[in-house]
Design a protein around this ligand. Structure first.
Ligand code: FES
Ligand code: FES
Length: 180
């Protein structure tokens, strides 16, 4: 190994990965270019837009601001840990149902931001959801549909009544109905 390179072991989405990389490489670049987890996007690379948000030890973090070396020994989760294209998780389903994405560039970061937020605050007020989501930039949706999606996910996770939501009628009762 070149003396300019380092060997890291990163735990990402439940698996250990050994990576040889430049010491100055950021976590987002290692995720995308070494582990080919391209669901995590890169926007500003300055910690402003939130497109690169992942979970580090269950907390949302800007992966463009973290050296990969700093992530050793931490538990990393990316958007690939949520659902699959065939089987979205509940948060992804609500983003889809509420039209919480348009171009989709901000979406992986928004999903991981919301996932971390709901783990910490399972029953948030709408104001708390708005404040959380304001951390990341979206230039397409106007944010309201993202807030709706996060609110409905919270209600679904608590099996709470979602009838006030204009999309309630579209919430599938089970997978069979969803696939019908
Ligand atoms: S790319 Fe990391 S905050 Fe914008
Ligand atoms: S959906 Fe396009 S930036 Fe958010």
């Amino acid at each position: 190994m070149s003396e300019n390179k380092q060997l890291l072991t990163l735990q990402v989405n439940g698996e250990d990965h050994e990576v040889i990389c430049d010491p100055r490489m950021t976590l987002v670049d290692v995720l995308r270019h070494e582990l080919f987890l391209t669901g995590t996007h890169v926007g500003c690379e300055h910690g402003v837009c939130g497109a690169c948000t992942v979970l580090v030890d269950d907390k949302p973090a800007r992966a463009c601001l973290i050296f990969a070396a700093q992530a050793e020994g931490r538990v990393i989760r990316t958007v690939e840990s949520l659902g699959t294209p065939e089987e979205l998780n509940d948060l992804q389903e609500e983003f889809s149902r509420h039209h919480g994405l348009q171009c989709g560039f901000c979406t992986p970061g928004m999903l991981m931001l919301a996932e971390g937020f709901l783990a910490e605050e399972p029953n948030p007020s709408r104001e708390q959801v708005r404040e959380c989501i304001s951390a990341n930039l979206c230039r397409c949706t106007g944010y309201q549909t993202i807030v709706d999606a996060v609110e409905c996910t919270s209600k679904r996770r608590q099996s709470a009544d979602c009838s006030g939501c204009s999309f309630a009628a579209a919430v599938p009762q089970n997978k069979e109905e969803n696939q019908a």
